[in-house]
Design a protein around this ligand. Structure first.
Ligand code: PBG
Length: 330
């Protein structure tokens, strides 16, 4: 329907009150679609603030259950776990150890907050001494030697009770390798959320200092996507769906809203967007500097991600957003 100039048309009519604005509001954030990332670390009785991410802490296995249940009380019923092991080695052994921090945290969270959906990140970078996402052959990450290790890690998490495993290593065929390992061990009901379109981004900086996962040499450009590419993202997503991903992801979120939107138009699979550490810390820093109102900026960013087409938003703002949304803010 083409708009014609018409002096009687006044767009401001429906903006006159909060009630009217709310009546015609097109996008509404839903607390149940927010996922809170959690850093789980070795040790006991630890709640250790992450310096690069104000408001976020690392939890030891014995403190994480209580934290997950406090999130559940706020309405945050999904969490995404990242492990920080005591010892790192060449092949990331602790990523797939059955008694590693993540499998133990999964069990504890299920004890404390039984209806919380537990998603586990599947990658080697937090567990390798070189900080790359897979095993090395010389100076490069060996795709096919990494696959069985990602599969083994997924299996350890699934057997501990994880509902969803989320491979983030950006190895080719990782979803297929994981699906087949899960199925051949009877874990047919464990879902896979693929980090399908994961870009090689500057916005992972605070996460890498939180998890101690900065590569010791080189960068991740040989496996994560080039920031300039959109068609390639569609291909990555399509391949993950074909390999068996139940949910696909675009990451980061804010600089990639066009990718989320295009993916929404093309695919019917649920889409998650990861509002990453750098996006979070930027708002915190700008708020602290008095440049923006933190709460308003946060809701604006999360709304933009939803408006672009994300079904699920993974965000470090989850708890504060839930508090704000249930107090009536929008
Ligand atoms: C592991 C992984 C990373 C993030 C999620 N999974 C780090 C990376 O790829 O370097 C980043 C999340 C964030 O920045 O919040 N590969």
């Amino acid at each position: 329907m083409a708009l014609e100039p018409d002096r009687s048309r006044r767009m401001r009519r429906l903006r006159a009150s909060e009630q009217l604005r709310s009546l015609v509001r097109e996008t509404k954030l839903d607390i149940s679609k927010l996922v809170a990332p959690i850093f789980v670390r070795y040790g006991s009785n630890v709640i250790e603030p992450v310096e690069s991410m104000p408001g976020i802490s690392r939890y030891s296995v014995d403190t994480v259950g209580k934290y997950a249940s406090s999130l559940a009380d706020l309405g945050i019923s999904s969490v995404l776990l990242f492990g920080i092991p005591k010892n790192k080695d060449r092949t990331g052994t602790q990523a797939y150890a059955a008694d590693g921090v993540v499998p133990r945290a999964v069990k504890t969270i299920k004890d404390y907050a039984s209806s919380t959906t537990v998603i586990t990140d599947v990658c080697l970078c937090e567990y390798t001494d070189h900080g790359h996402c897979g095993v090395l052959s010389g100076k490069s990450v060996d795709n096919d030697r990494t696959l069985p290790l990602l599969a083994k890690a997924s299996l350890a998490y699934a057997e501990a009770g994880a509902d969803i495993v989320a491979p983030s290593a950006m190895m080719d065929h990782q979803v297929m390798a994981i699906r087949s390992a899960l199925d051949s061990h009877g874990n047919n009901d464990t879902a896979i959320m693929g980090y399908s379109a994961k870009y090689s981004s500057a916005f992972y900086g605070p996460f890498r200092s939180a998890a101690g996962s900065k590569p010791s040499f080189g960068d991740r450009k040989g496996y994560q996507m080039d920031v300039a590419n959109k068609r390639e993202a569609m291909k990555e997503i399509e391949l993950d769906i074909l390999e068996g991903a139940d949910i696909v992801m675009v990451k980061p979120a804010l600089p990639y809203l066009d990718i989320i939107s295009e993916a929404r138009n093309r695919f019917d699979t649920p889409i998650a967007a990861y509002n990453v550490s750098g996006e979070y810390s930027m708002i915190k820093a700008a708020g602290k500097a008095g440049c923006v109102d933190e709460d308003t900026a946060m809701i604006e960013v999360l709304t933009s991600i939803k408006r672009a087409g994300a079904d699920i938003i993974i965000t470090y703002h989850a708890a504060e957003a839930a508090r704000l949304l249930s107090s009536g803010a929008d």
